[in-house]
Write a protein that binds this ligand. Structure first.
Ligand code: UTP
Length: 407
């Protein structure tokens, strides 16, 4: 776009300040900034989403498969799931496009070494977990890895250098998610350089659209894939392409499945599966009122206790339908490095603006049906989010050792 066109577009949205340094930029830098401005989705980059955060319908508990119920049908679930895996109906989607800001790493979170006496990388442990299943079922599961422009090259290089930790390289596919601009508390676009907006990955809700854009939905469909098991990079204990979970979800006739652990205590920071206006949904911990978080049944068990582990199954036909619908945009109040009026990069100590993200948990609602599937916390839930304390490398190591993983 030419300068006049850019200026008119930005003026329509009250954002002409991003052209402040235009006169200092060379041709390539102008091209860069112009392309970023051109690709802004103005409906997404709006403070109206701040007001929408937390608006909720009527919340009720949801029924799901408890550990006891699963035990009774385990053999049947396993055989149905294994059959589907053997027929190539399942692909695994690793969400690795996040920035892992809480962990404070430079590179991809999956490249973090959590070993003590030997190297053990997060990616390595996840691939081991997947291999447990593929070896047990005698079949390969394609592994689709979502990255962002910030960590794509580093992720590809890291895995290639490590020979994909023994996974067949022709079964590993990468795709990149989109970026979204951030704004300050007044809704003004922030810049990270004179030729660049402050961009960050647009949330994990964009995984399917990005997969489609990369041509991988077509490719997977052609191979006969019908289910996607989507999982987070940071839970090192999770079972991936779990045949029992898959079998249970297929037999339930539901379009999605969600692994959950019973919440350890009312304030635990996990999203909770429930019904909202009669439809399965995940409510983020900060959106569940204190009263609801503390409600207990006659036996003293928390009523809203199905904590999601970010390990979901999605049926492809339903993904194709919901891909055409809009996901709600969540505005997250964050510390965002920005260029001040003097053109100097400032790294703020406090939250100074908003990033806009779509979230995978909203896809559960859009799918319209979900099988909540309980897993044993100590065996399947060891997320690494923070540097120390809860959900950290330390806490994950304890759980890995408990499960016999040598560190
Ligand atoms: P988190 O919500 O924990 O975010 O992501 P994060 O970016 O990893 O970490 P913080 O909040 O900055 O500390 C849950 C999962 O979703 C992926 C992450 O990589 C992780 O597997 N994710 C998150 C993406 O793939 N893309 C995103 O834009 C955001």
């Amino acid at each position: 776009m030419q300068y006049e066109e850019l200026k008119a577009l930005l003026a329509a949205h009250g954002q002409t300040h991003v052209l402040k340094w235009w006169g200092e930029l060379d041709a390539a830098e102008r091209e860069n900034l112009s392309a970023q401005i051109d690709s802004i989705d103005w409906d997404t980059v709006s403070l109206t989403h701040v007001a929408e955060n937390g608006e909720r319908g009527r919340i009720e508990p949801i029924e799901g498969l408890s550990l006891e119920m699963i035990e009774l049908q385990r053999a049947e679930f396993f055989s149905v799931g294994r059959e589907a895996i053997r027929k190539g109906k399942v692909a695994a989607v690793l969400l690795a496009g996040g920035q892992g800001t809480r962990l404070g790493l430079d590179g991809p979170k999956g490249a973090c070494d959590i070993g003590i006496t030997r190297h053990l990388y997060i990616f390595e442990q996840l691939i081991r977990n997947l291999q447990d299943v593929t070896q047990g079922c005698g079949a390969v599961v394609p592994l689709l890895i979502m990255t962002s422009v910030l960590n794509d090259e580093a992720t590809r290089d890291f895995l290639e250098e490590h020979d994909y930790f023994g996974y067949p390289s022709e079964e590993v596919f990468f795709f990149r998610q989109e970026m979204a601009p951030a704004v300050d508390e007044r809704g003004q676009l922030l810049m990270s350089a004179k030729d660049s907006l402050a961009l960050s990955p647009n949330g994990n809700g964009g995984w399917y659209i990005s997969l489609e854009r990369a041509g991988l939905v077509k490719e997977m469909s052609a191979r006969g894939v019908e289910w996607f098991n989507v999982f987070a990079v940071d839970n090192v204990l999770q079972r991936i392409a779990d045949p029992e979970f898959l079998g249970a979800t297929i037999l339930s006739g539901k379009a999605t499945g969600a692994k959950f652990v019973r919440k350890a205590y009312p304030e635990e920071r996990v999203g909770v599966l429930c019904l909202e206006d009669g439809i399965p949904n995940v409510i983020e911990y900060y959106e569940l009122s204190e009263k609801m978080a503390n409600l207990r049944d006659g036996e003293g068990r928390l009523i809203y206790s199905f904590g999601v582990t970010l390990n979901y199954l999605f049926r492809l036909d339903v993904l194709k339908r919901i891909a055409r619908e809009h996901l709600p945009v969540h505005a997250a109040n964050k510390k965002i490095p920005y260029l001040n009026d003097e053109g100097i990069l400032v790294v703020p100590e406090h939250e100074n603006g908003y990033k806009f993200e779509t979230l995978i948990l909203d896809m559960v609602r859009q799918a319209g049906s979900c099988l909540p599937y309980e897993v044993v916390r100590e065996r399947e839930f060891a997320p690494i989010k923070n540097k120390t304390g809860k959900d950290s490398v330390e806490s994950a190591r304890v759980l890995l050792k408990l499960n016999g993983v040598e560190l």
